[in-house]
Write a protein that binds this ligand. Sequence first.
Ligand code: FE2
Length: 340
Amino acid sequence: MDANGMTEICLHQLTLSGVREGERVIVLSQGNQRIDYADAFLAAGQRLGAITYHMRLPAPIPTDGTWSVGKTGLAANPEAVEALKQADMVVDLIFLLFSPEQMAIQASGTRVLTAVEPAPLLARLPPTTALRERVEIGAELLAKAGTMRITSKHGTDVTYKIGMYPTVAEYGYTDQPGRWDHWPAAFVFTGGADDGVDGQIVLAPGDVVLPFNTYVREPVTYTIEKGWITDIRGGLEAELIKSYMAEFRDPRGFGMSHVGWGLDHRAQWHGLTQFPGGMGMELRSFYGNVMFSTGPNNELGGTNNTPCHLDIPMRGCSLFLDDEPIVLDGDIAVKEMQQR
Ligand code: FE2
C-alpha cells in the first residue's frame, strides 16, 4: 500500500475514534518498526486538526524470541509514560497490552488504539459503526450472564462461571476516554471466576493456536479443574503447546484467561496464510468463532499477570449463556448479532 492509501485508512480510523481539532494525539513506536504507520497516523491526525507527534522508543534488546506479553520499553521510562498520560489518544504501534504502563495511561483518561497488524489487513477490515453495534449487543448479553457453557462435536464441554470480571467489547476503534481497542477487531470476551472454570476443551483440526500462528492438525484435549489446566494431551500440537508453556517456568500460565466469540463476517479463517506476518486479529474476529485463552487475567482486573498467554480461536463450537444459545455450531444464533 502506498503512503496515500495508508493515510486514508488511518484518517478513517481516527475519524471514527473521534479525533477532532485541538486534541493531543501521540503515535508511539519503537526501533524501525512501522515507521510508515507512524507517518500515516501523523498525517491523518494533522488533517483532523489534532496536535500530534511521534514518540519513538529504542528497538528492544533482542531476547530468546519468546513472545511474552506485558513487558515493554516503557517500563524503564517513566517520563515517557507521563507524557503519554497527557495525551487524549495514544496510537500504540508497539503492543503494550497487559503492561502496567498501558493500564496507567488508560487510567489517566487517555484512550489507546493498538495498530500492529499488516497494512493490507488494516485496509481490508476497517472498523464500522454497524459492526460496533453488533459487538455491543454481544457485550450486553455477556455482561448479564452468570454462566457460559461451550460445547463441540469434538468433545468440548466446559463451563465458565462469569460475572466476576468485566465484559470487554473490541470493535477496532475507540472514541471514549480511557478506553482501549485494537484494529482490526470484532469480538467480545470476559473471564471466568478464578476457581470457576471446569470441564474439557478439545481443539479440532483447523483451530488456531496464537501466538504460534498455526492451524491444529491433531486434536488437543485440555482438562480444566477449578480454573486451572490440569492436563493437556494429544499429538504434535499438544506437545508443542506444553513445551512452549513450560519454557516460562510459571505455573500461572496454566490459569484460564479471557473467553468469548467473534463477529466479523468479513474476516477470513485462512487469514493466517494470507497475512503471515500478523498476530492473528483476523482469526480472533472471524464470525462465529469461539475463542478461549490461557494465562493472565490482569487485563480484566485479576491478579494473574503471567507473561505466558495463548489465544485459541475455535471453529464449529456452540456457546450458551445461562443455557441460551449464542453460537450454534460456529454460527451466530442471536438475530440482532448476525451479519447483515
Ligand atoms: Fe488474548
